[in-house]
Ligand binder design. Sequence first.
Ligand code: COA
Length: 677
Amino acid sequence: MLGFRGDVAVITIDNPPVNAGSAKVRAGLLEALGALGDRNGIKVAIIIGAGKTFMAGSDIREFGAPLSDPQLPAVIAAIEACPVPVIAAIHGAALGGGFELALGCDYRIAQPGARIGLPEVGLGLVPGAGGTQRLPRLVGMEAALELVVSAKRIDAQRGYDLGAIDALSDGDILDDALAFADTGLAKRPLHAMAIAPFEHAAVKSLSAKLIAKAKGRPAAEKAAHLTLQSLEHDLRDGLEIERAVFQDIRITPEAFAYRYQFFAERQASKNPFDAQAKTIAAVAVVGLGTMGAGIAYCFLRAGYKVIGIEGDQDLLDTGLGRIDALIEKDIAASRITPEAAQSMRENLLGNASIEAAKDADLALEAIFEDLAVKRDLLGRLSAVLSPDALIATNTSYLDIDAMAEAVSHPERFFGLHFFSPAHIMSLLEIVSSTSSSAGAIASGFAIARKLGKQPVFARNSYGFIGNRIYAAYRRQAEFLLEDGAEPPEIDAAMIGFGMALGPFAVSDLSGLDIAWRMRQAQAASRDPKARYVRIADQLCEAGRLGRKTGAGFYDYPNGKPVASPIVTEIIDAERRARAITPRTIGSHEIQARCFGAMVNEAVLLLEEGVALRGSDIDVVLVHGYGFPRWLGGPMWHAAHMEPAALDSAIDLAAQAEGVTFRRGDAATALATLKNQN
Ligand code: COA
């Protein structure tokens, strides 16, 4: 849309909700730039976004198919060829293609809080419209490398400090851009600008460091290479090389998987029910162990008032100390300012009595995993709180319908399952009991948004979505142990598959005792025909509870995991007791069995309605369990592999488990994902 304010042309991008740069937007920009030439007396042009943002990026939906003309480089070329200086006036966000559009302008003015950056590497891509070539010319090689390879978003204030933004606007962005336009601007083509001198060795080592840090992001190395190449070519050649790499990479399976995750995350973030969220100002967190303290800190960071409650004064002091340590750590790392820390401390009250929860709008229990103890606490909380206050549990696997029975007005009760460490992990399962109201669930989604967490809806089930799939995976890994594979072989195979850590390294890290307690609680109801591996129980009985006891599936002589002769002995004895002749199991079989077990459990969760959609399951596994994002998630990966290979993986998992294996209908569950790209 083209308008005029005196001798300034104002081109407005208007494509709600985030002004994504679609083919229509690009055509509109080109048309407006072309029309400028027909009007005499125009001195400057401003490109601005309507609504809440400048431009959130190119339209990601278009990247899977041949791109329609005009493409972004043509729009930027028209800006450069435009006879008058062009200003990008940025509010909200200028990301990816949006930032590249702004970099193609002669000047950039922005509101200090606007988010700018090149998130492409985080989407399995490289910038394709000059980001890697123009940015080094503006901000220098080191800052450009950092922004491109880490895909970090920064605010415009920082962009101004780096030289990417020419002026800041603390008022109305259009008014300030018009005032800026009146400062006698001249055309300022970037191709004439040289990259500031820098220390080559330092840049090389920075690049290697950034690539290593971007582990699991296949585009990082290419993006670093392109940025470094900007030195060797003039801008025009550099742009061509960059475009060619972008065109290749955007249709790789990894890029499809990344884009799928992007939309899966947004889909999962939507409250599935049509209901109003309750306004929540004060939150009581009952239980300030590692988990509870981390959760309390999440709420404090998001500006809530928090009442931290523990059973007695000593426990309370320790719990409040844990929260304080988290605050101190974030101050030390400059993640929060001392002023923000001060206001968090003012918002935190500690109390050794549950009565202190009475004014809370939400009470969340994070005490240890024991159904009877939790039910008792929930009953007492119900009596203390006002009847319309919400009550949530952070249980990671217990039956929340059984907990709801202890709550008066059980419609206000639901699960908020945080992952450990709660202040770092993004995932939050929002769990509905059979009596949770739509309003309670809506409130869970509103809380997740305020906390900056990735919510996923789940219905009650043993372990909800994530822990149930993970338990199936871990069981299969234990069958492999009995059948002949050693812990380091299984861990290495799963890292080879793409998991962030192997299953036994994870067990050692999180502690073997939680799963042990879970198995003990299940013992009475376990099907006697079920294949049950006793190795982990025996490690626990021997006091090997994982890293915290210095030994688990591995020994940790110098803090690093090494294979343990004691564990080998325990495994050998179990194999003998079961009359299993151990055989060598290759990494392919390990990966197939573990993956087959995961997918089958995921399919069952869908069939039972525990998960609403396959993509929600993928969000859970990628965000909470180290499943590789470049494979999209177990459901996406299963839907895009050879059907025969998937069947055979599930067959192998089924054979290992034996008669109790319940097979889901994978073909039906995966059908919608198969046709998606
Ligand atoms: N292309 C296509 N659609 C996009 C998009 C893009 N670049 N960016 C956002 N959207 C869509 C979302 O899918 C969502 O659609 P829906 O409502 O149908 O689900 C809608 O715009 C709103 O996005 P959402 O992320 O929920 O809004 P927000 O206000 O929380 O965040 C942003 C706004 C800009 C910070 C965020 O959308 C974002 O990070 N976008 C991607 C930026 C990016 O990676 N750009 C580089 C592309 S090369």
